[in-house]
Every structure is written in C-alpha cells, then in structure tokens.
Design a protein around this ligand. Structure first.
Ligand code: ADP
Ligand code: GLC
Length: 479
C-alpha cells in the first residue's frame, strides 16, 4: 500500500470555491482499490472545524507565524483528514482567500506556508504510525512543501498538481525569514520570481514530479501565452510533467438518480427525459416557453472564463430564438453587465450567487452549457454537461480541447460528436458556434444523437485514477 498525503487549500464537500475542491475531494475515493491510501491535509477554516469528527491530536507547534498550530486527525464527508488548526490564520468569516473588501488576506503567504510546514512535519515525523511515502501538493498553496521538506531532511517524494498557473501566491522577499525559507533557495532557479517569493515556482522547481489537469494544458503551460511568466520553468521541467484529466463524481452528478439530493429534478437516462426539467428550469428562471434552445452558464465570473465574449456574442443568438440562464458570481463589473442584460432581454435569466443545488437543475434542464474560457486547465462543467446530455459549447483550449469532440460534419457522420468547440477565443468565433448550435438544435435527429453520444462519453475517474496510481508507483522506484 502506498501512502499519500494530499495537501490542498480546499476540499469538497467541506470547503469549495472552484474545481480544485472537487478534485481534491474526489481523489481519495477514486484511488481506492488502486493500492493507494490517501489522506487529505486541509486548513481548519470554520466550515471545516464545524463538520469534522476528531479522531486524535497528532502534532503541534506553539508558535508558527504568531500563534499555536495543531494538526488534528479527523473524519468528515467520507474523508480521512489531517486538519491544520490555527485560529490566528484560519478562524475567519467570509472567503477563504479574500477579506471583506475583496482583496487577498494580507497574510495569505503565512496561512498557506503553515499548511505546507505542517505537511512536511507529518512527512518527517509520521503520525500515529502513519507516514506518507508521497506528498501530493495542489497549486501554490502547497508549493512550499518541498522547500520545508528539504529543510527538515525529509525523505518523502513530492508531486505538485497545477490546477491553475494564474494563481501564484507571490510574497515580498522581506518575508523570507519569517516564512522559514532558507536563503540558499531564494534564487531564480528555485523560489525567487523577479525579486519576490513565489510558492508556486518553489513547487514547480523542487517537486519530484509535476502534473496538470489535462494533456493540452500541459503543453500550453510551456508557451508564453499560457505560462503566465513560468513557461520557461515549465519547459525546463518538461521531462517530469504530465497531464492527467480530471474526472467527476458519477454519483454526485447522475441524471438518473439526482432526486435524493435534488428533489426538483426529474430523473432521466435518455435525453428525451430532459423536457420536464427544461420546463421546470424555465419556470424557475422566469423564461418564456419557446421552440428554441436554452443554453446555460455555471461559472466564476472572471477574465479567465471569457464571459465578456458571451455578452458580445449574445444578441445574435437571442435574435434567432435562443435563451440563456446564467448562474455565477465574481467580478463585480461582469455581474452588473449580466444583471443589466437580464433586465433588457426576455430570453436571459441571471442568478448572481453560488448555489450547488441550482447548478444541478441547470445541468438537468438546459440544452447546452457554454464555456468560452480564454484558458481552462481542465474545466468540470463541460463534463457535467456531457453526463447530463447538455451539449457543451467550449473554447478550444486546455481540458476543453481534450474532453469535447466537436460536431463538424465528419464527426457527425462518424457518430462521435459530443459538443461544439470554437477558436480563437473571440466573440466572433463564439457567435459562429452559437449559430451552429441553433442550426443543430433545429434538427432533432442530429441533436438527439449528439446528446446520446455526450451521455455515453466516459467522464468518471477510472482512467485518471489509474494514471495517478501508476505515477505514484513510478515515483517510488525513482532513485
Ligand atoms: P474553476 O475551478 O476554474 O472555477 P471548474 O470548471 O474546474 O472551474 O470548476 C468549477 C466548479 O465550481 C464546478 O463544480 C461548478 O459547478 C462550480 N461552480 C462555479 N460557479 C458556481 C456557482 N455560481 N454556483 C454553483 N456552483 C458553481
Ligand atoms: C482550476 C481550473 C479548472 C480545473 C480545476 C480543477 O480551478 O481553473 O480548469 O478544472 O482547477 O483541476
């Protein structure tokens, strides 16, 4: 049995701001039966502390960045957890990353350095007879793990998964001592990024292996367009980098058995069963009955997601009888723009907020899901769309390129198409894809074939879990 400690800043169902949480929450279950025993280390935010069932106190440090830090072995949500309790760092209301003004907490560097420090200690000291062979770090928040592990002379292997290179956690060089980062690693080859401390770069340069969440994003990361200043580092490390696609939890996202969790959904296993859900979603969103398609968006509203392109592309689609239901939150200007659009247009419904239950109803009821991202490491909502026969219309980038088979004439003829892709990520190209969506929707036989292909496309964890397990095994045989 290989023991892996997964180290992350969020984990569903306990605390989630995006797809990272879903993946971190799903991995331990996905790896069951693969000879991997995974525990997950998380910060003790209020939402986590309120839900855990404590098994034992295992480690503590009297003063780490200004207060006591303890690691608690606990269970919650079917997960085996090591929770880093540090009230001075994590016992705060509101967002786990941002203060009330919407800015990063000024001590985010310390908060996630504490997580990384305690992970390294667990690796070195073991807890209750459990010592990880591998530390699996996720994103910048766990990037300092290999720095601390080296400082403590730890022997565990390390792997970092890049979920999004746009988030790097940069901190001023003046924090070097405070963060317990040895001066000798503060070099351009390791932790320094243009005079600042880069926890992500630390992980990228010092972990034994790197993965990201799709094969295409693995290639994109090595280019200036997508590497966000770290493309050179990624090219240097190409030999240890691989892309492993995310999966989704087939029990949580199951159109045939949604009701236990979501009573408003009528279950279906054939695309025809979507009709009742579409009618219900229209009623819930105040959208009129029409013969046209209902497309949806469930997303963070940020530059990455390209939803400003949708605002530009929408008039033509609406004029041809299409409708849109959007569920999202984030950028205030975008929220306002979508809100204004919904006021003006009968065919547009906008719900600003974060609502897990409603997101399921969107998947069950909409005909299509739009993901016009400028970049997308993997993306999960297009996978939900496939599973629910809700045709994904996606930009040709990252995981969106790897998970959707575009409905060009050849793919339709071959019977393999599952959605629509467009490139480049511009309003004009998105408009073109929306026109094609309207055209295909107008041909029920073709549309239903697309839906059936989509629903049959494998989107679970099976293949990817086996790839992670193989990688872990390989790491342990490395010199
Ligand atoms: P990212 O992690 O970049 O935001 P992903 O597609 O990987 O993108 O994951 C986003 C996750 O967050 C999905 O599970 C999606 O359903 C969920 N999500 C995003 N916005 C909302 C929202 N407003 N309400 C409910 N769920 C949302
Ligand atoms: C990031 C990416 C998203 C990916 C998720 C989980 O948030 O933006 O594309 O699906 O991580 O890996």
């Amino acid at each position: 049995m290989i023991r892996v400690l997964s180290v992350a800043s969020e984990c569903a169902p306990l605390v989630k701001t995006g797809g990272l949480a879903d993946v971190v929450g799903a991995l331990p279950h996905a790896l069951e039966g693969q000879g991997i025993e995974m525990r997950t280390m998380l910060p003790g935010y209020p939402a986590v502390m309120a839900r855990i069932e404590k098994v034992a106190d295992i480690l503590h440090e009297d003063d780490l960045f200004g207060g006591r830090v303890a690691v608690i072995h606990a269970r919650a949500g079917g997960l085996d957890l090591l929770v880093v309790q540090a009230d001075h760092l994590f016992a705060r209301d509101g967002s786990i990353y941002l203060n009330a003004a919407g800015d990063d907490w000024s001590d985010n560097a310390e908060r996630f350095a504490a997580l990384s420090w305690m992970a390294a200690r667990v690796a070195c000291e073991g807890v209750g007879g459990w010592q990880p062979d591998i530390l699996h770090c996720h994103d910048w928040q766990a990037g300092l793990v290999p720095v601390y592990l080296r400082r403590m002379d730890g022997r565990a292997k390390t792997i970092l998964t890049i979920h999004n290179i746009a988030f790097q956690g940069l901190a001023p060089a003046a924090k070097l001592d405070r963060l317990r980062i040895p001066a000798e690693v503060f070099t351009p080859e390791r932790v320094e990024y243009w005079g600042r401390i880069s926890p992500l770069k630390a992980g990228l340069t010092m972990c034994d292996r790197l993965t990201t969440v799709s094969p295409t994003y693995a290639l994109e990361l090595m280019t200036p367009e997508f590497g966000m200043g770290l493309d050179g580092v990624m090219r240097d490390r190409a030999g240890v980098l691989s892309g492993i696609l995310n999966g989704i939890d087939l029990d949580v996202w199951n159109p045939a058995a949604d009701p236990p969790f979501h009573p408003a959904i009528t279950p279906y296993s054939d695309p025809a069963g979507k009709a009742a859900n579409k009618a219900a979603l229209r009623r819930a969103c105040g959208l009129p009955e029409t013969d046209g398609p209902l497309a949806c968006v469930v997303s963070r509203l940020s530059e990455q997601k390209g939803l400003d392109l949708l605002i530009e592309a929408l008039p033509g689609y609406l004029a041809q009888g299409g409708q849109l239901a959007l569920l999202g939150s984030g950028d205030r200007a975008l929220q306002q723009q979508f809100h204004d659009l919904a006021q003006r247009e009968d065919g547009v419904s906008v719900t600003i907020g974060y609502d897990e239950e409603l997101s399921h109803r969107f998947m069950a009821g909409a005909d299509a899901i739009l993901v016009p991202s400028r970049f997308e490491p993997c993306g999960l909502t297009q996978l939900y769309g496939l599973r629910y026969g809700t045709i994904p219309v996606v930009a040709l980038t990252g995981g969106l390129a790897d998970t959707v088979i575009t409905a060009n004439d050849a793919a339709l003829k071959a019977g393999v198409a599952t959605g629509l892709q467009f490139a480049p990520a511009t309003a004009a190209a998105l408009s073109g894809a929306l026109s094609r969506l309207l055209m295909l929707y107008g041909k029920p036989e073709i549309w239903q074939a697309l839906q059936r292909n989509a629903m049959a496309h494998p989107v679970g964890w099976q293949t990817s879990a086996a790839e992670y397990a193989a990688l872990y095994r390989e790491m342990l045989t490395d010199a």
